[in-house]
Design a protein around this ligand. Sequence first.
Ligand code: AMP
Ligand code: GLY
Length: 427
Amino acid sequence: MNILLLGSGGREHAFARSISQSNMCSQLFITPGNPGTAQHGKNIPIGVTDFEAIKKCCLENKIELVVVGPEDPLVNGIYDFFISDSELKSIPVIGPSKDAAQLEGSKAFAKEFMLKHHIPTAAYQSFDASRIEEGLVFIRTLITPVVLKADGLAAGKGVLICQTLDEAEEEFQNMLHGKFGAASERVVVEEFLHGTEMSVFVLTDGIDYLLLPTAKDYKRIGEGDTGLNTGGMGAISPVPFADDVLMKKIVMRMIRPTIDGLQQDKLVYKGFIYFGLMIVHNEPFMIEYNCRMGDPETEAVLPRIESDLVELFFAVANEKLNEKKITISSKHCATIVLTSGGYPEYYEKGKTINGIDSINDSIVFHAGTELKNGELQTSGGRVLAVTSLGNTLDEALLISNTNAEKIQFDKKYFRRDIGFDVLNLKN
Ligand code: AMP
Ligand code: GLY
């Protein structure tokens, strides 16, 4: 069958690779894709939120399944667009409905959902411009640092961690006065949780779910988790400290109540749920939901899944996930992201990339690359993701680090310490 994948990053290259390995996939199309996805299918230059063009593409290419990578089309209602169109409604879309995608699209909605379904999370209140005074009073009750979150999608930039109450008060007002545009018309103010972050992913048909490999991503630009937040500088899977006891707590306190809550609230969800967690003294707290897989976590998670992904997608579409099992490799996976110097602030593009062809013991996923005059060049902040499997985390990291050195482009930067915080824990 023919399959359409939406997106253009490293996550989508990883999806394209896994989907194209399925016996069920005849032809894979990617909109808009990148030079990496083009190794596994046909790229078509259509934006991920151009639903009419996506419809045309589906009909022309006899698409029988749509897999959505990024959040934008989901929050904008691509699932509902397909269901309500007579020519598209028989084509399953892997992703939540627009209402359910609010778990990512609105932080206030997500927090209300957590509270309603008794899912442990940081204490919070949410405010709009009509309640500035109450917000300032609430901020004064918190211990620093204080976390401020723009309610809506803000391309990963809408969360501020304020070290003083004065800064929190000022930024709170800036946000309500349009710092992040419409995204910060409502602001969630919450307590800061001190702990270790990790990500858990499930694939759900809305009734049952399969637990995917755990992962930990490294969001800060600098080694030792310092400096500005980025989209993600690397990832490891599995998370060494996520033992059976912790995973049982996460299933009982987060995953099961979320799936049951979706059903109870009649939120249609057939896709991936990303649980962003903070582990505080071995107790899990929800930081955020995403309605899609993470990037770069996907690049470390999918290579460990041995099951046929397309088979699982059809089980999701047909609400038969209870009949499926997932096979996960016991190997460790380490992903290191190569970025353009200057990212996440200003960086140059159009740098020639060399050295990928010499690598055969890692998978090199493309994120921000383009082909120009037959030459591979940088075209984004996050350029490539180097993923390796190993019998231990140290081994996987060593291979990825060695190969990250071999790839060349002007002002290349990467963190050489991915996994540093868990390496001395059990492996
Ligand atoms: P979010 O977009 O909600 O995932 O927030 C972005 C990042 O901010 C998270 O990955 C955490 O590193 C940090 N963060 C968000 N909320 C909190 C919190 N309540 N306590 C500590 N760190 C937080
Ligand atoms: N790596 C974090 C995210 O995908 O949101």
